[in-house]
Write a protein that binds this ligand. Structure first.
Ligand code: ADP
Ligand code: ASP
Ligand code: MG
Length: 438
């Protein structure tokens, strides 16, 4: 008998028929004798719809109230799913994040989990029930208010519970058959990745592959939780995220464990995949004095505005003016706040003007093999140049190269780079079963 944590994303529970389908899958795990904890997201595009609704009331909803509103989406899904499971003859009990013991800090909209005390979940399992937990929410230790973990955060709820309950595996059910070499919504020839390391998955998630919430991968690595990404619409094998590979994984209630083949475990492709991110913006601080302390002061202001920046490029200053330009990328959602803060500090920083655009796209090539294989960047730049795509910024890590392009060219760039690195698959595996891609 295993303890399995399963997470079902919004597209897997988009309507009543989907909720019933998911309930049957959960019931089959129970029938096979496993303990099951389920984390569920809000149905379909409910979270986006609730945000739209709030924005019709006010452009700046208070974080506390927005979190209260958004967590309602997961409550609807969890109660309906519990009802559906009860109808299969297995007991199910639903819990909010707070009831499930998900304790967070107090930062609304992007709260961090600081502790998980799943006493009530353990109790439900001990009584033979399936425990259903509302995803992406918790309660602040200090304010006792309800918080959310940020968009896509249900993955992190699932991994955190799996760690706290010492689960055998955490299964992430979504609307594609696992992690692919690129977003299947964009690249129809994307290939399924059977096994991927935490390190590479972290880079993919950070670079915009939203199939897994970045923090869920961090959590899985820190606590050694085996992650299995798969589709709730098929019984295909999915993607295993583990260190070293070779471990046995539950795959279905009937055929409980699958061990990656020797070939899958051994194979170390140079490139794991191509990720893209269309949600970034770019700010250029033009004509800032090229003296010590200016970059520090600039980024101190950016940090105080709450933005996580990514790429930074500083030009060589011109000798005559002694001034330089600094460009950086940040989430477009933080664009307005950062712009305002920098403009307010124009006198102090002494720059000439700010240029802002959200019409940029970021493409990232990820692969642990880059460390030991020269020529990867040259091939990337050549692929982009052959496709006639201009590169605006470049940044690298040990196992990632990212470029910024014009937003309008991003999709084309991803397809071209995917082909250039030989990642195209011939067998049409990249099926998108549901969801609107919102
Ligand atoms: P869920 O509602 O199940 O949480 P998400 O929309 O958050 O689903 O994540 C699944 C989506 O992630 C897929 O439909 C796909 O469009 C997108 N995606 C982006 N990059 C990748 C990738 N490399 N592999 C698989 N899916 C990806
Ligand atoms: N419902 C939330 C969202 O849409 C959380 C999640 O789905 O993971 O972002
Ligand atoms: Mg998601």
């Amino acid at each position: 008998m295993s303890l399995v944590v399963q997470k079902y994303g919004g597209s897997s529970v988009a309507d009543a028929a989907s909720v019933l389908r998911v309930a049957r899958r959960i019931a089959s795990y129970r029938a096979a004798g496993h303990e099951v904890v389920v984390v569920v997201s809000a149905m379909g595009d409910t979270t986006d719809d609730l945000i739209d609704l709030a924005k019709q009331i006010t452009p700046t909803p208070p974080g506390r109230e927005l979190d209260m509103l958004l967590t309602a989406g997961e409550r609807i899904a969890m109660a309906l799913l519990a009802m559906a499971i009860n109808d299969t003859g297995h007991e199910a009990r639903s819990f909010t994040g707070s009831q499930a013991g998900v304790i967070t800090d107090a930062s609304h909209g992007k709260a961090r989990i600081i502790d998980v005390t799943p006493g009530r979940i353990r109790g439900a399992l001990d009584d033979g029930a399936v425990a259903i937990v509302a995803g992406f929410q918790g309660v602040s230790q200090t304010t006792k208010d309800v918080t959310t973990l940020g968009r896509g955060g249900s993955d992190t709820t699932a991994v955190a519970l799996a760690a706290a309950l010492n689960a055998d595996v955490c299964e992430i059910y979504t609307d594609v058959d696992g992690v692919f070499t690129a977003d299947p919504r964009l690249v129809t020839k994307a290939s399924r990745i059977p096994l991927i390391s935490h390190e590479e998955m972290l880079e993919m998630a950070a670079a915009g592959a939203k199939v897994l919430h970045l923090r869920s991968v961090e959590y899985a690595r820190r606590y050694g939780v085996p992650l299995h990404v798969r589709s709730s619409f098929s019984d295909k094998p999915g993607t295993l995220i583990v260190e070293g590979g070779g471990r046995a994984f539950p795959i279905s209630p009937t055929e409980m464990f699958v061990t990656p083949t020797e070939e899958e475990a051994m194979e170390q492709p140079i490139i794991s995949g191509v990720a893209h991110d269309a949600s970034q913006a770019k700010i250029t601080v033009v004509g800032i004095p090229d003296v010590p302390g200016k970059a520090a002061a600039t980024f101190q202001i950016v940090a105080e505005a709450g933005a996580n920046i990514d790429m930074i490029v500083q030009n060589v200053s011109t000798e005559i003016t002694g001034r330089t330009d600094i460009s950086f990328t940040l989430p477009a959602a933080d664009g307005a706040a950062v712009r305002q803060a920098l403009e307010a500090a124009q006198q102090e920083l002494g720059f000439q003007r700010l240029v802002y655009t959200d019409q940029i796209g970021k493409l990232s090539l990820v692969g642990a093999g880059m460390r030991s294989h020269p020529g990867v960047s040259a091939r990337l730049f050549e692929a982009l140049s052959e496709a006639g795509i201009n590169i605006e910024m470049i940044s690298t890590s040990e196992i990632r190269i990212s470029v910024v392009t014009d937003l309008a060219a991003l999709d084309r760039a991803v397809v071209a780079v995917h082909t250039a690195f030989g990642l195209d698959s011939a067998d049409g595996e990249a099926i998108v079963y549901g969801g609107t891609g919102r």
